[in-house]
Design a protein around this ligand. Structure first.
Ligand code: ATP
Ligand code: MG
Length: 216
């Protein structure tokens, strides 16, 4: 169970960014995004939340949650503002974003101002997400534009589907980092170097445990 044991040096609530993902493996794109969001949105912490049973991915092709949790923990070690939560991986059933946001925005952790960091392309589908109205009430979204993604399309879609939601969604452009977990897995399968695409401890972990050796 994740909890904050550090104190804010500000008065009032803590701003906490949540970054969900499969993190199979975590890479520099995720870390640069989280760090940029931390600075631009004045976040006290960014909590990485690896998914348990990913609802949108084939279970068989995703590494064990414990591997993904450990790699994410290794990747954030050097940043005192970054944490990893076991909330989703400790859930037996697939969790929805609303469950995770409720966990952080309500109950024991109340008093936290929650920002959910996700890809701008994922945000387009928010109206299909479970309890999205409550979700929009409980948190603010930081929609990250990935390399090559046009923000115009995002605005058009938002205008068409739910203009009143605009104040709960902020866009964050990340300098081009065309790296993805898929790209890393493919390179490992081809015995190509992944140096500098992910932090060194993660690279070592992948090697040690022989992850991604078979092409996915
Ligand atoms: P995969 O290739 O397996 O789909 P991924 O690289 O997209 O993996 P995820 O764990 O699926 O990584 O993504 C977690 C979050 O990070 C998502 O919100 C996604 O939009 C964002 N993200 C992934 N890669 C980047 C990147 N290079 N720059 C910025 N954000 C990214
Ligand atoms: Mg992805």
């Amino acid at each position: 169970m994740f909890f904050f044991n550090a104190q804010s040096n500000k008065t009032g609530s803590l701003n906490v960014g949540l970054m969900g993902g499969t993190f199979d493996p975590i890479h520099m794109g995720h870390l640069v995004t989280a760090e940029e969001a931390r600075q631009q949105f004045n976040l006290d912490y960014v909590v990485f939340v690896p998914t348990g049973i990913p609802p949108h991915k084939d279970e068989k092709t995703v590494s064990f949650p414990e591997h993904r949790y450990l790699m994410t923990s290794l990747a954030v070690m050097s940043n005192p503002s970054f944490f990893v939560s076991r909330f989703e991986i400790d859930h037996a059933a697939p969790t929805y974003t609303i469950d995770t946001v409720r966990h952080f925005a309500c109950g024991k952790e109340s008093g936290l101002e929650v920002f959910f960091i996700t890809g701008a392309d994922a945000i387009l589908e928010i109206f299909t997400w479970k309890d999205y109205e409550e979700l929009l009430r409980l948190c603010t979204f930081i929609a990250v534009s990935r390399p090559g993604y046009s923000l115009d399309r995002f605005y058009e879609s938002l205008d068409r589907s739910c203009p009143e939601m605009k104040h709960k969604v902020h866009l964050l452009e990340i300098p081009a980092l065309a790296v993805s977990s898929t790209f890393i897995r493919e390179r490992v399968a081809l015995s190509k170097t992944i140096k500098y695409l992910t932090p060194e401890p993660v690279e070592q972990y992948i090697k040690k445990h022989g992850l991604y050796r078979v092409s996915l």
